[in-house]
Design a protein around this ligand. Structure first.
Ligand code: PEP
Ligand code: MN
Length: 370
């Protein structure tokens, strides 16, 4: 894909790109006051939901077309740019008619190839930038597929918004970030601008700043932050919106890391550390091979004595001991549990493979070549 560089999109003047504005356009006054205060913080690309995909019915579902007229008037008066969510061909048509500068596809639309295709078809021949939020479920192919549909319709100014993934498990996040997914997306499409949506990831205004900084540390190209002049009384997502003043503080406190450095001392030390990591990874691989070889030997021994491959009590003891060792070594318990679970699955596979091997094996477990 030959995606147009973010700098060539002609939107937003900040680096990183900051998009801010209310979850929803509520009244003309609310929108005007909010974006005026946001502009005073140096942000020029706004957001506002005009059609709102609400989880439950009988909640505020957006103002619709009337809000597009407010946006058009405010854009002219304050000399700013606007982005809105579109979820069907009619939204695209109306948004373009009212001169919206950037469109985004919401998380609930990205999951539906029919909807995404409809939006892509409506955008044929248009030059408007489009951002695609990740689908609500952690499915990289679905996210990628939505970007491909737009690209194939001729939209070259495309970017992704990482807004976290829905989970049924109890979590401190509204949508768990699973940072490995946007990182993998960037690995597969290096030219793709990646914008972080800390508001929908966190769901709580207190922790928005923390997520913004993580996104900067991971070299994201931008942030989209829900901002409202009176967050507590917002008509949607009241818990996660911040004031324009807080937005300004967050932006000013961001540590923007360089993508890389030419400094010779930096490069030399980085190379030293990377060499050590290579050594340690090689040792780990050799140790894993050794461990699995011991497992295979146990398999042969159990087979000879007609004992089952898996013994629950031994496994429980193994697990407890590893957790203690991990604690003493200052490793996170969750990490060690996940790692040993993986190792356990492979060990069982290895042992059953050895035990099921046909009878042409010698007593030591080695296959006799015929
Ligand atoms: C939004 O940006 O207000 C929104 C509805 O977000 P998402 O599609 O990420 O849920
Ligand atoms: Mn919202």
């Amino acid at each position: 894909m030959e995606i147009t560089e973010l700098q060539q999109w002609g939107v937003g003047k900040t680096n990183p790109l900051i998009i801010a504005g209310p979850c929803s356009a509520e009244t003309e006054e609310q929108l005007y006051e909010t974006v005026k205060a946001i502009k005073e913080q140096g942000v020029t690309l706004m957001r506002a939901g005009v059609w709102k995909p609400r989880t439950r019915p009988n909640t505020f579902e957006g103002i619709g077309q009337e809000a597009l007229q407010w946006i058009q008037d405010i854009k002219k008066e304050l000399n700013i740019q606007f982005s809105v969510e579109v979820a069907n061909a009619m939204h695209v048509e109306e948004a373009l008619h009212y001169g919206i500068d950037v469109l985004w596809v919401g998380a609930r639309s990205t999951v539906s190839p029919f909807i995404v295709q409809e939006i892509a078809d409506a955008l044929r021949g248009c030059d408007v930038p489009v951002l695609v939020k990740n689908p609500i479920n952690p499915d990289l192919a679905l996210w990628m597929g939505a970007l491909e549909r737009l690209y194939q319709a001729g939209v070259k100014k495309i970017g992704a918004i990482h807004r976290g993934f829905s989970t049924y498990q109890k979590s401190r996040y509204r949508n768990v970030p699973m940072w490995q997914l946007p990182i993998e997306m960037k690995r597969q499409l290096p030219g793709l601008p990646m914008i972080c949506d800390p508001s929908h990831i966190m769901g709580k205004r207190e922790d928005v700043a923390e997520i913004c900084q993580i996104a900067m540390d991971l070299s994201f190209e931008g942030l989209i932050i829900e901002t409202h002049r009176d967050p507590e009384n917002a008509w949607s997502d009241a818990r996660q919106q911040i004031t324009p003043q807080t937005l300004g503080e967050i932006i000013r406190n961001l540590h923007i890391r360089q993508a890389s450095s030419e400094d010779i001392e930096y490069i030399t030390h980085l190379e030293e550390l990377r060499t050590q990591i290579d050594h340690s990874d090689r040792e780990m691989v050799e140790l894993l091979a050794h461990r699995l070889d011991l497992v295979a030997q146990i398999g042969v021994w159990k087979k000879k004595n007609n004992v089952a491959a898996f013994q629950l009590d031994r496994w429980n003891r193994v697990f407890e001991a590893r957790k203690d060792w991990a604690k003493n070594a200052n490793l996170r318990e969750r990490f060690i549990v996940d790692l040993f679970n993986l190792l356990h699955v492979e060990s069982i596979r290895k042992q059953t493979e050895v035990m099921e091997a046909d009878e042409s094996e010698t007593e030591s477990g080695l296959r006799v070549e015929s």
